[in-house]
Design a protein around this ligand. Structure first.
Ligand SMILES: Cc1ncc(COP(=O)(O)O)c(C=O)c1O
Length: 343
């Protein structure tokens, strides 16, 4: 509706390079309400999805050869944004044996004089981990001690379940000066195809990011900006309803996965993924994915893009499909894997 109206009203031209003021104000207001912060619209850059924000952040914060800490496993877009910007991704383990929480000793060890940025993403893709406050605090302390920036990817901020709570590194004292917050309309409002998200940073970093953004795309699609504004200003009940639905799917998938021999997993507390370990099935994850496509007509993601060579033991299952589709998929996966195991 809002997009149709924007078309009818002729909002079909370039906008301000940082995004239309009304949307930037609404984003600042939303984030201020969330975190009792004091963000001004000048700090907000509207971007083509979180992807555009991550890319603009990396282009603005790192020089060729700088090191950037990323989570391992991580969302592959983080590695892409770092490498395309000339940086070197340095993986720090999320420990499977400890519910995929970040190994803070390893983080401390991997920071060198070349490190410029830590990319923190919680809830995480692909593990569904939600970092607790003490973990975020420890990451913040390392960033402060070493004068690093944190790029905080918060696209799954609303997707938290059970007793898990979303927290942002930006909420720690002084972190507003060294955080680039990245968020998106893709997940919260299921607007992946609209390609709209945003970054929030100290004013001078936002201006630097805006130059990059302007050079690469001039501005974000005007109609999408009006659609995003309507999403923020409209009733938010749809977000709660979606979350309830996703939680039901999560519980179902976890219950069904636990029935499958040879598959172990950490129960996700956030996002909409499970990252099962399939090492016992004695097939690498790519072979397993191909087997399931052939035998079960179900597509999972192999672990490699998220976890490099360690990804041979993992697959990522996304529960964005309907409960009905998931019922069929889990039944088929179960019987195909039992056949494999001969049980
Ligand atoms: C952690 C994370 N960040 C960013 C993105 C990209 O989001 P967008 O569609 O807003 O570019 C994704 C997409 O799956 C993601 O999982």
């Amino acid at each position: 509706m809002a997009a149709e109206r924007a078309l009818e009203e002729g909002h079909t031209h370039y906008t301000e390079d940082k995004g239309i003021p009304a949307l930037r104000r609404a984003i600042a207001e939303k984030e201020n309400m969330k975190a009792r912060a004091d963000i001004s619209e000048e700090q907000v850059l509207v971007t083509p999805g979180a992807t555009g924000a991550l890319f603009a952040a990396c282009m603005s914060l790192i020089d060729c050869g700088d090191e950037v800490i990323i989570q391992a496993p991580s969302y592959p877009g983080h590695i892409r944004a770092v490498t395309v910007s000339g940086g070197k991704p340095v993986p720090v383990s999320l420990e499977e044996d400890y519910d995929f929480v970040m190994n803070l000793d390893e983080l401390d060890e991997k920071v060198t004089s070349k490190t410029k940025v830590i990319i923190v993403s919680s809830p995480t893709n692909p593990t569904g981990t939600v970092f607790e406050r003490d973990v975020l605090k420890a990451i913040v302390e390392i960033a402060v001690d070493n004068e690093l920036f944190i790029v905080s990817d918060e696209v799954y901020e609303h997707f938290v379940y059970d007793d898990a709570e979303f927290g942002s590194v930006r909420e720690f004292p002084g972190m507003e000066h060294r955080t680039v917050l990245v968020n998106s309309f893709s997940k919260t409002y299921a607007m992946t195809g609209w390609r709209i998200g945003y970054a929030i940073a100290p004013k001078e970093i936002t201006s630097r990011m805006a130059k990059f953004s302007c050079a690469s795309s001039m501005c974000v699609n005007s109609i999408a900006q009006y659609g995003a504004l309507a999403a923020l200003e409209g009733p938010q009940k749809c977000v709660d309803a979606m979350l309830t639905e996703y939680d039901e799917r999560r519980r179902f998938v976890v219950k069904e996965l636990s029935k499958i021999p040879g598959v172990r997993f950490v129960e996700p507390k956030g996002a909409f993924y499970v990252f099962p370990n399939v090492e016992e099935l004695e097939m690498n994850s790519l072979e397993l994915v191909k087997y399931l496509v052939r035998e079960a007509r179900v597509l999972l993601s192999p672990g490699y893009p998220f976890f490099g060579s360690k990804g041979r033991f993992h697959v990522r299952l996304s529960y964005t499909a309907s409960l009905n589709a998931l019922r069929i998929a889990m039944e088929r996966i179960n019987s195909a894997l039992r056949e494999l195991e001969g049980t």
